[in-house]
Design a protein around this ligand. Structure first.
Ligand SMILES: NC(=O)c1ccc[n+]([C@@H]2O[C@H](COP(=O)([O-])OP(=O)(O)OC[C@H]3O[C@@H](n4cnc5c(N)ncnc54)[C@H](O)[C@@H]3O)[C@@H](O)[C@H]2O)c1
Ligand SMILES: C[C@@H](CO)CCC[C@@H](C)[C@H]1CC[C@H]2[C@@H]3[C@H](O)C=C4C[C@@H](O)CC[C@]4(C)[C@H]3CC[C@]12C
Length: 369
């Protein structure tokens, strides 16, 4: 992909290009990939901001489509060199049914793979998740682990199960012959908890804090570390992987990479306070205010209420047995595999990532007034 004959010749397709991560990947590609001729943004819901991108030198094509519809995916992919498959149903709150999660995350990914084969698209980058590994339902800590750290991955929840199945499909597809006879080259990126501008759960915590008079209440011990990575660095990793996949196909094909940067290891709540604190919120309690058994009870009650109310309304609070288990289990990565395989270094320092995220939360504050 890197030779000069191909300068400004490449066609990229980004599925889920209008989501939280997808938008950052789209903008990063336009800034950092000089060989782009056309960028296709494929999403179920197209954002209004996409039109603003159409005035630059790269042809930006917005395609409203559904990854569960094989013909829509194949039509969008025709003539693309690289596909970055980000689209997914991110639901750990019970908003969507397990069947829908499977259809979007697993069948949708299968459709992307088949479309590669059918149309001759040779490079596929898949956005997987740390949840493909864990935390597992047994609450085993994964402390500063890397891609080779042994861990008992047990998936009961539909979301991690779907991501694990989809990741496997992508990795197994590496080497399949695509139209024209060349081998498909695939790899998967596994972000930990992504944060940054546009992060819906951060927005929810911020608004919850405002409703509670500027306070949030500690529920998780400070000793439980949760891996986090800045969205700009995750986007940068996607751009680099897509760029390097052809030149380093033998090394990178069929591989998985955790997404990492220099964000500090902290508990989920303490980490959020890095941004919410400077915006006026306070985390009350040096230790969890409620005993863990009571949180488990509340989470179970929420799950029961969700089930009882489902015929009438969608009750999907942040706290449920699964989110509590994830928040309460140490899961952090420490690896340099991406640096070794394709020269990745974070584009944004921790200070930049923090400042950018704080500015975004502050803008939420002013837009709410
Ligand atoms: N947010 C995180 O912390 C995190 C961490 C690890 C991995 N991931 C993965 O990153 C990806 C993006 O996550 P996100 O946080 O940006 O989520 P998001 O919900 O903001 O974005 C997902 C995008 O996919 C689109 N989409 C959903 N169903 C679709 C369908 N059937 N057809 C076409 N498009 C569809 C949505 O419209 C949305 O724009 C997901 O695959 C997710 O599993 C996210
Ligand atoms: C007990 C509550 C008191 O404040 C805190 C609940 C927090 C949870 C809602 C979140 C804690 C960890 C988050 C997940 C994690 O960051 C990684 C993820 C992987 C990604 O693929 C999808 C999102 C998520 C599952 C993320 C979701 C929200 C948490 C469970």
């Amino acid at each position: 992909m890197a030779n000069s004959a191909q300068a400004q010749k490449l066609v990229y397709l980004v599925t889920g290009g209008c989501g939280f991560l997808g938008e950052h990947v789209v903008r990063m590609l336009l800034q950092q990939e000089p060989r782009l001729r056309e960028l296709r943004i494929f999403d179920l819901h197209l954002g209004p901001w996409v039109d603003e991108l159409k005035t630059g030198p790269v042809q930006v094509t917005a395609i409203q489509g559904d990854v569960t519809q094989a013909h829509e995916v194949a039509a969008a992919m025709d003539g693309a060199h690289v596909v970055i498959h980000i689209a997914g149903l991110v639901d750990v709150f019970g908003r969507a049914s397990p069947k829908t999660i499977h259809e979007v995350n697993v069948q949708g990914t299968q459709n992307v793979i088949e479309a590669c084969v059918q149309t001759g698209t040779q490079f596929l980058v898949y956005t997987s998740s740390m949840e493909v590994v864990g935390p597992n339902i047994k609450g085993h800590p994964f402390y500063r682990g890397n891609e080779d750290t042994p861990y008992e991955a047990v998936h009961k929840h539909p979301y991690p199960r779907s991501k694990a199945l989809a990741e496997r499909l992508v990795l197994e597809a590496n080497g399949r012959k695509v139209r024209g006879g060349l081998p498909l080259v695939t790899c998967a990126l596994r972000p930990t908890g992504i944060y940054g501008e546009g992060h819906q759960i951060m927005r929810d915590f911020y608004h919850q804090g405002l409703r509670l008079g500027g306070r949030l209440f500690r529920a998780i011990p400070t000793s439980v570390e949760h891996g986090r990575v800045y969205v700009g660095n995750v986007a940068w990793m996607h751009v680099l992987v897509a760029r390097e996949l052809e030149q380093r196909a033998a090394l990178m094909g069929g591989q998985v990479y955790f997404c990492y940067d220099r964000s500090p290891y902290k508990s989920y709540e303490d980490f959020n306070m890095e941004f919410l604190g400077p915006c006026g919120l306070r985390l009350v309690g040096a230790r969890p205010l409620l005993p863990y058994w009571l949180l488990v009870l509340l989470a179970t009650l929420n799950a029961l209420l969700q089930w009882l109310l489902r015929p009438l309304l969608l009750y999907a609070p942040l706290l449920n047995p699964y989110t509590l288990a994830v928040a309460n289990t140490t899961f952090t990565v420490s690896t340099n595999k991406a640096q070794r395989h394709f020269g990745y270094e974070p584009l944004f320092s921790w200070e930049d990532s923090r400042t950018r995220t704080i500015r975004w939360v502050q803008a939420l504050e002013s837009s709410a007034q």
